[in-house]
Structure formats: C-alpha cells, structure tokens
Design a protein around this ligand. Structure first.
Ligand SMILES: Cc1ncc(COP(=O)(O)O)c(C=O)c1O
Length: 379
C-alpha cells in the first residue's frame, strides 16, 4: 500500500472483537490470564491492546520490525540510551533538541555514558570523533533549531562498518517525509507530541527498531524501566496519525511560502529552511527526504526587534513545541535550548535573535499578515 493508505489501514485498523472502526481504549491495568489465548496480555506495563495497535501501526509506518510507545519523547530517548552501559561512548549531533543534550550531559554522564557532540553535517568530524569505546551515533536531521542536514545514509553505513548503533530523532520530518530505517538506521526515536499526534494535546514518544532483536532489547527496557504511554494517549495518537499526510502537506506548503517571503524582508537577517534554494544541506536533504517539512527558523536584525516581534504576533502560540494544527513560534534561546549553556548556544549559532516557526494549518496569507504587522511598520 502507498503511505497515505497505510496511515489509515496499518496495524489493526478495526476492533477484532466487534468490528468497531478502531481499536478501543482498553482501560485495564491487568488481564485475566486464563483468557491469555485472546492475545497474551497480562499487565498493561508489559502490553495493552490499544498500545499494541499504536506500536504495530508505527512499526509499519517507519518500516521497522518493532515499535515501542513511551510517556514522552524524552522517555523514548532515555529508554533508548539505557541500551548502553557505563564506559560506553556516544557521538552526538550538535543539532539535537536541548532536552537530549541535557539528559546526556547531566544524567547519563553521571551513569558513565559519555557523549561527544560534533557538527554532524561534517562527515570527517563524525568519523574523527569515533573512539574504540564508541557504541552509538545519535543524530537529528533536520536539526533543531537551525535545520542543518546530516547525511543519513553516510551515518548509517559508518555505524554498520563499526558494528555500533545508529539512532536518529525523526520528529521534524515524520515517516511521511523521511524514513531513516529504510536508509539503514538501527533506531528511530520520536517526540510523538509533535506532528505525529498533531493537535498539541498529547505528550508521547516512540522508538522504532529496524531489526527485531534490537526491538526486543528495547521492549525489555520499556517493560523493566516502565515509562510506557498511557492507553488514552495511545488512542489519541492513533487518531492523530490518520491525518498526518494531509496535515504535513498543508503545513509544508505554508512553510515554503512563508520562508520565501521572510527571506526577502530587510528585518530578517537569515532564514534557515531546507526548502530554500541555497540552503547548504538542500541537496543532501532532497536525496533522503521527500520534502522540507513545516518548521523553519529565522534570525531577525536585532535582539530588541525579536523581543517586540514575540510580543506582537497574534496568530501563533508563542511557546515551546511544534507540529500542532496551530502555528507555534518559539524563541530557542529562552525556551527549547534554555537548558544549554549560553556559550554552547553561541558555538552552535543559536543567537538571541533567532526564532523558530512551526507552521500550522491557518491560511498562509493570514499568517503572513500577522508576521508582517509584528515585525513593525516598514511596509
Ligand atoms: C526534536 C525533538 N526531540 C525530542 C523532544 C522531546 O520530546 P517530548 O517533549 O515529547 O519529551 C522534542 C521536544 O520538543 C523535540 O523537539
């Protein structure tokens, strides 16, 4: 089936017992084990039919063997990092979400898992950061918040050569635009809070493994560590997924228009968007994804203008997060990347005048008018 049909019919697309148009919310923590023949469920931390429906759907959509649902994107990432042991070393993309940086540098570092952060757009830098004790490479492409592009097949092949795990955060693109397991990655992680759910009403995470044996290791951690996704949220996420393709297409079309128009404004110093001609990673991105996505960043001419701009916009939420039906404007320096020390932000090119826009489903003309009025009166 084509991807759009898989969004509607992947996994169990109806309730096997009643024929209902979807798997219902199984609000049960435990199951009578004499009925185990009906699916083998015993306790919801270990497995639940609603969560299983979501996990089977996501395994299909990402072309993986197994998917596991977690209580948040960070729970999915942290559970994935539990695959590693004290003394292991990770090579991590500079452009990861601020929370990924925080959990690695402030939590997993205390447990003996060391990370080296590199510019993963630079193939040589990634290769040089590998050590004998390196056990994994973790990247995000496009990166957060500067939309830098990492060559995913290169990273997957490098990890395969070394016999180590390749992991990618695919939150920005979703499997609608980019399917890293098909490019050779071992594990994809998601903040499903974003485009996958799409309605800014659920916090959720996913980890999907290309091979069953990696997936079984993740499943053991999911059950042992216990950061599973609640069943009502599994159901909401299943519902949100049905419209992923049309939401992504519409939001991406809006982002393309706004990126082009913003790039022509004198108040805007730079626009970061892989859909713009001249973006340094556009060719690599186009070779591994089917579209530039619906998130863009831009740097205004001063921090003062940025402050007024954030005060004056009306349509977008001014907040953290992305991927909702409503547009969301965020200020990485004080929001998503506030947990990163100022000098680290500066090294990565995240200035105080940078804003990130997740384009929603409003009419792009209304968004454009609103952005223009918030930028001032020079029109
Ligand atoms: C790219 C990316 N990865 C991971 C996360 C963490 O996900 P969550 O907030 O669902 O824990 C986020 C959250 O903003 C994100 O943007």
């Amino acid at each position: 089936m084509q991807f759009k049909s898989r969004l509607i019919h992947a996994g169990p697309d109806r309730d096997p017992y009643t024929g209902a148009s979807g798997v219902p919310v199984y609000l049960a923590s435990t199951f009578d084990q004499r009925a185990a023949a009906r699916g083998g469920f015993d306790y919801t931390r270990s497995g639940n039919p609603t969560r299983e429906a979501l996990e089977q759907t996501m395994a299909d959509l990402e072309s993986g063997a197994l998917a596991l649902a977690f209580a948040s994107g960070m729970a999915a990432e942290s559970s994935t990092f539990l695959l590693f042991s004290p003394g292991d070393h990770l090579v991590v993309s500079n452009g990861v979400y601020g929370g990924t940086y925080r959990v690695l540098t402030q939590l997993f570092s205390r447990l003996g898992l060391e990370s080296t952060f590199v510019d993963s757009t630079d193939r040589q830098a990634v290769r040089q950061a590998l050590r004998p004790e390196t056990r994994g490479i973790f990247v995000e492409s496009p990166s957060n918040p500067l939309l830098e592009i990492t060559d995913l097949p290169f990273i997957a092949e490098l990890a395969r050569e070394r016999g180590i795990l390749s992991i990618v955060d695919n939150t920005f693109c979703t499997p609608f635009l980019q399917r890293p397991l098909e490019l050779g990655f071992d594990i994809v992680v998601h903040s499903a809070t974003k485009f996958l759910n799409g309605h800014s009403d659920v916090l959720a995470g996913l980890a999907i493994a290309r091979e069953r044996k990696t997936g079984e290791r993740l499943r053991f951690i999911q059950n042992a560590f216990g950061a599973v996704l609640g069943v009502q949220d599994c159901w909401l996420l299943l519902r949100g997924l049905k419209t992923l393709a049309i939401r992504m297409e519409a939001a991406q079309a809006g982002a393309q228009q706004l990126a082009r128009r913003l790039a022509a404004l004198p108040e805007v110093r730079r626009v970061f968007y892989p859909g713009l001609e001249g973006h340094p990673g556009a060719d690599v991105h186009n070779s591994q994804a089917s579209g530039p996505g619906a998130v863009l960043s831009f740097e205004l001419e001063s921090s003062a203008l940025t402050k007024t701009f954030l005060q004056c916009v009306n349509l977008p939420l001014v907040s953290v997060s992305l991927g909702g039906v409503e547009s969301i404007l965020s200020h990485p320096a004080t929001m998503s990347h506030a947990s990163m020390p100022a000098e680290e932000r500066k090294k990565r090119g995240i200035s105080d005048a940078l804003v990130r826009l997740s384009v929603g489903l409003e009419d792009p003309e209304d968004l454009w008018r609103d952005l223009r009025q918030a930028l001032g009166t020079r029109f």
